[in-house]
Design a protein around this ligand. Structure first.
Ligand SMILES: [Zn+2]
Length: 479
């Protein structure tokens, strides 16, 4: 079989979290009764005119600068014409040949390899409404239309076809999401649809210069779906080529239940959008002073934060990368170190126990019951010798479930570490008496035999004995 190379480009739509919509003052609030967040402008009624929301432009510029784009001094809005029931005007106001920003990039790291992914363009547009199906789109007997989302501001970010694997694609979207979240212009909630991905994917024999024929996969709404859909699609396309067939250019959708991509429409049915400049909106002219003003107000971005964690806190590169992967984790970490000045210890607990518990429960860190200050309190209990590091894991699990203070849990469950020499000494003697073989091994030079004896003492005390004390006492008794 030939070796194939995958080529991936991604379009990401991000909803901007302005209070009002892009061309009117209807609220952008998520949810609400159907069609209650829609005014005559949203509905495109005759005689209404769009008025551009300045905040949307500011947010788009912020995102553009954070993504290293060149912001245009002159851009304009165009009408993208098509008919669909969720689009009452029969056109979407977007930007076509003169977008607000171009020529950006972001850096990803996959398997220890740094890679720069180009960003072709970033433009502003309005969101469409939503069709509410009874069940799924194919079998629904009828659909309802909700215009609440109509006119919510979006930015669309188009990448260069620079990605070569589903891991790189995932890493790109993760990084993009983190950067946008750090700038504060969107909450980027994939599950609420405020960040949506369409991917273009093709394969070509290794060494071939021209791109293969691509398929577009629409509306991938989780990182898992993104990666699975790409892996499936790459296999499918290679299968088609290997069996002597041709990949056709088409739009496909990811069927989560069946774990496969399914054809929606082929190129022949593709839209001709008949773009033309929107006559209701004047071109957008931005002066450099305003752009620079926004540039100066940009917050610390993930790469800068990662560098600071390495320099200022002495964290390993790996820790710093994981901790800055999302703004939520990073903010959690920063709040915790305000209460407990040992960044590495906090980092270990975040990347270890906390991430294990969150994964098992399928939760996001924002839904975590353990507050950063409580994690700090628990670490102080270890330092004071009140609990051992091992018992701390039990306490932590309990905190995770109940959200109670660590001290309360330690008291309620009687988990205070035994540091009383007399109490430990008698158990140490019992363990020595019960394990003559290990004692013999130890005296015969197998120093690691002491580990087994320490384990036995810890077991007898249900993990509550102070391990350092146990170790020291065993060594004394055996010498
Ligand atoms: Zn409106």
């Amino acid at each position: 079989m030939k070796q194939y190379e995958t080529v991936i480009g991604i379009e990401v739509h991000v909803e901007l979290k302005t209070n009002t919509k892009i061309f009117c003052n209807s609220t952008t609030e998520f949810g609400g009764d159907p069609n209650h967040h829609a005014c005559p402008v949203c509905l495109g009624l005759p005689g209404t005119l769009p008025v551009l929301n300045k905040k949307v432009v500011e947010y788009a510029v912020r995102a553009s600068l954070a993504l290293n784009c060149k912001v245009a001094n002159f851009s304009k809005f165009d009408r993208k014409n098509y008919y669909y029931p969720d689009l009452p005007k029969n056109y979407q106001i977007s930007q076509y040949d003169l977008p607000i920003a171009e020529h950006g990039y972001l850096d990803i790291k996959v398997d220890g390899q740094e890679k720069r992914i180009g960003i072709t363009r970033l433009h502003m547009e309005e969101d469409a409404g939503k069709l509410v199906h009874q069940g799924n789109i194919v079998t629904t007997p009828y659909s309802l239309v909700d215009y609440n989302r109509t006119g919510v501001p979006l930015i669309e970010i188009v990448s260069e076809p620079d990605m070569r694997s589903s891991e790189e694609a995932r890493s790109y979207v993760e990084k993009l999401k983190a950067i946008i979240q750090y700038t504060g212009v969107s909450d980027c909630r994939m599950e609420e649809g405020s960040l949506r991905c369409d991917v273009n994917v093709s394969v070509r024999p290794v060494g071939q210069k021209e791109f293969g024929t691509k398929a577009e996969i629409k509306n991938l709404n989780s990182f898992r779906a993104l990666q699975r859909a790409l892996d499936f699609e790459v296999e499918r396309q290679i299968g088609v080529l290997e069996s002597g067939g041709k990949v056709i250019q088409e739009t496909r959708t990811w069927d989560e239940a069946r774990g496969m991509t399914v054809s929606m429409r082929s190129k022949e049915q593709a839209h001709d959008y008949r773009y033309f400049p929107d006559p209701d909106l004047v071109p957008l002219v931005l002066d450099n002073q305003w752009i620079d003003f926004i540039r100066e107000s940009l917050p610390e971005l993930p790469d800068q934060r990662r560098a600071r964690y390495i320099q200022e806190y002495g964290l390993p590169e790996y820790d710093a990368s994981i901790l800055t992967l999302t703004k939520e984790i990073s903010d959690y970490f920063e709040e915790a170190i305000e209460h407990y000045n040992n960044p590495k210890a906090i980092s270990n607990w975040l990347m270890g126990e906390l991430s294990r518990l969150l994964n098992a429960a399928g939760l996001d860190i924002t839904a975590c019951k353990i507050k950063p200050a409580q994690l700090a309190e628990m670490l102080k209990l270890i330092d004071k010798g009140t609990i051992s590091g091992k018992i701390a894991k039990t306490v932590f699990e309990e905190m995770f479930v109940s959200g109670k203070e660590p001290e309360t849990i330690v008291k309620e469950k009687g988990l205070v570490q035994i540091s009383d020499e007399g109490a430990i000494a008698s158990i140490v003697e019992q363990v020595i008496a019960a394990n003559p073989k290990s004692v013999q091994d130890y005296h015969a030079g197998k120093k690691q035999a002491i580990g087994f004896l320490v384990g036995q003492v810890m077991r007898a005390t249900k993990g509550k004995a102070n391990p350092e004390m146990v170790n020291k006492m065993l060594q004394e008794k055996l010498s």
